[in-house]
Write a protein that binds this ligand. Structure first.
Ligand SMILES: [Zn+2]
Length: 465
């Protein structure tokens, strides 16, 4: 059996993720994991290893992470002049719980290193390296390389999360969105059952160019127990169901990925669908970074078998447990385009364990992209969390974007169903002054459409960077 494609974080399916014909099994192969084609056997072992490291005592996990880190550091020093120059001579002093011997790298520097260095010559056991790319909407697109091993582990990390979240994948599941492979002439693609992955048949629906109401009705008709969907698309579906279309029955979990999930979306999903959101924190360069705790929706379990996550302050020193700071990520399996102490641009708090009792690090207060920080007139960085719901109390706002122009002023772009009245205008000014800073000037502009950059991620609060 082939691996069913998974709702991954890759912009497009890389060659090895595209559905392939099942390898022709020699007649001698029986129907038992270690006699099957290698994909299912490797998947079973990968998933086992993910859970084993999740449950291992901290010292065992840290020792494994440190060994992986040292292999990676040795490899980049041996194969890349750029990394050799960047790393200090005592780089191997770094341990999984203390990476301070290594330099922090930002997005621009990482891009330069990847572009200049190309794919590093990875060992044969990592398979071929292929191009992936992050979405261009971040304003700084990044093309990077990922090996077949890195891609396989990314997919199998996501599969391992089904057991973590208590999903019975023999029940109906559906992946919906523009990232799903097209299925011309069919309302969806049927993904075959795979007993070795403990998964029954799934449904994939590509939503590109389809009216929202069609997909909302399709979900209701299919009535999956588990739905995998981008938060922005989920919001559109909820709009459709709340405006009169029958909502699906029997949905238990909605798995989201890619953009920050606001508490309001969790509440709305519970209210309209009776389902809980199970969010994934990931990045395109490394795949899963942390998965929502199955018992506490404010916490995410760090994907310890894939990455090391640190949270540091502006000076680069580790934050105290529970204190918010900049998220740094280090990928343990991604050798073709190594990511080591990369400042991904997000802010969160790190805890040594989880509130549910799990003995592995967790993160909370995942506040999204740091580039969404607004500077107050006094120069202080401030998170601005305004959603459409905040505006709707005041005016029929359909879309918004808040852009800081300089240290004195912000531009609020709005798409509104009806032109703003003077009192709505004043109420919006008051909201901004209250939520951001009364000392800043706010230029409110009504537009027919917001000029969003291409790509699926929409950044609705744009700081000075
Ligand atoms: Zn937990």
């Amino acid at each position: 059996m082939t691996l069913p494609p998974v709702a991954g974080q890759w912009g497009r399916p890389l060659p090895s993720q595209r559905p392939r014909a099942a390898p022709t099994a020699p007649a001698a192969m029986g129907d038992w994991p270690l006699q099957m084609g290698p994909a299912d056997a490797m998947a079973a072992i990968d998933e086992h290893a993910v859970h084993a490291l999740d449950r291992a005592p901290a010292e065992v996990r840290l020792a494994w992470q440190t060994r992986q880190l040292h292999r990676l550091l040795q490899f980049v020093r041996d194969t890349s002049a750029l990394w050799r120059e960047a790393l200090p001579p005592d780089a191997l002093r770094a341990r999984a719980d203390d990476l301070s011997a290594l330099p922090i790298i930002g997005r621009a520097a990482l891009r330069e290193r990847i572009e200049q260095g190309g794919a590093l010559p990875t060992p044969p056991s990592h398979g071929r390296a292929m191009f992936g790319s992050t979405s261009g909407s971040t304003g700084m697109p990044l093309r990077f390389h990922a090996t077949e091993l890195a891609q396989r582990l990314t997919q199998n990390q996501y599969w391992a999360d089904h057991a973590r979240q208590g999903r019975d994948m023999w029940r109906r599941w559906a992946v919906v969105g523009p990232q799903v492979a097209a299925h011309p002439g069919h309302p969806h693609a049927d993904i075959p059952a795979n007993p070795w992955r403990q998964a029954g048949p799934g449904l994939h629906r590509n939503t590109e160019g389809l009216p929202i109401a069609d997909t909302a009705s399709w979900i209701t008709r299919m009535a999956p127990a588990y739905l995998f969907i981008y938060p922005t698309l989920l919001t559109s579906m909820l709009d459709a169901w709340e405006s009169g279309l029958p909502a699906p029955a029997g949905l238990e979990q909605v798995t989201t990925f890619s953009t920050t999930v606001e508490p309001a979306l969790r509440e709305r999903t519970r209210r309209v669908l009776g389902a809980s959101i199970r969010d994934r924190y990931s990045c395109e360069e490394l795949g899963p970074l942390a998965m929502q705790c199955p018992h506490d929706e404010t916490r995410y379990h760090v994907s310890v078998s894939n990455v090391i996550i640190e949270v540091v302050d502006d000076s680069g020193a580790a934050c105290a447990p529970g204190e918010t700071g900049r998220v740094l990520v280090t990928g343990l399996h991604h050798w073709a385009s190594p990511v080591i102490r990369y400042d991904i641009g997000d802010v969160a708090a790190l805890h040594p364990t989880c509130s549910c009792g799990a003995a592995l690090p967790s993160i909370s207060q995942l506040l999204g992209r740091r580039r969404s920080l607004i500077r107050t007139a006094a120069g202080e960085a401030r998170f601005v969390r305004l959603t459409t719901l905040d505006w709707l109390d005041i005016a029929p706002v359909r879309e918004f974007r808040l852009i800081q122009q300089d240290l004195q002023s912000l531009r609020l772009e709005l798409v509104v169903a009806e032109p703003l009245t003077a009192s709505q205008h004043a109420a919006l000014q008051a909201l901004l002054a209250r939520r951001i800073d009364p000392a800043l000037r706010y230029d409110i502009v009504e537009l027919g459409a917001i000029d969003w950059p291409p790509g699926r991620k929409r950044q609705d609060v744009v700081g000075l960077g």
